[in-house]
Design a protein around this ligand. Sequence first.
Ligand code: SF4
Ligand code: SF4
Length: 186
Amino acid sequence: MTTDSGDTKDYPCISCHTNCCKEYTIFVNAHDIYRLSKGLGIEPEDFLEIHGAKDFDLGIKVKEGLVDLALKQKNTACTFLVESGDFFRCTVNDFKPGVCKSYPFQIEDGKLIQMSDKLCPVEWDTQEFEKMMVSHLEKDENEWKFYHELVLEWNAKHWIKKPLSLFLNFILDRVDISLKSNSNLS
Ligand code: SF4
Ligand code: SF4
């Protein structure tokens, strides 16, 4: 997606006006929310908005409804996108969601490919990005699995609906525990 590094010579995003950050709703998982909240030192409610759940079985059951969580929008783009001179820039590059890191790639039949409906105005050199993107995509897939399990656990326990703020505390605590236990193992 966007870059904020000075090394923009060969980076396809530099010739683009960040179509992806303007066109998509960025749905986020527990790890995405944790990184943004801790990294920026702000509450999840400050950067999240709720949407009606896309998938009935995986929507979060809270007092506010059956919902999914996405990044807020500002002026019909992601809230973290800012215009800087002739360019648009992601202001949360270090903490941006997994889906932002790996766009526009996906793995198909074990191979890294570009999405057929990508918004990028240029072709990427898939080979050049293979190593980095495969590891992003694998990590992202694991984080979404972790999140879906948390949502299922929450929904099973809290059939009497609790507010979204409690769900957010629940997932942040679980990510914290998981990261600490992984660091103790390493
Ligand atoms: S649409 Fe493609 S080229 Fe444009 S900013 Fe997003 S990832 Fe980069
Ligand atoms: S978090 Fe950054 S990369 Fe992701 S949509 Fe927002 S501005 Fe774009």
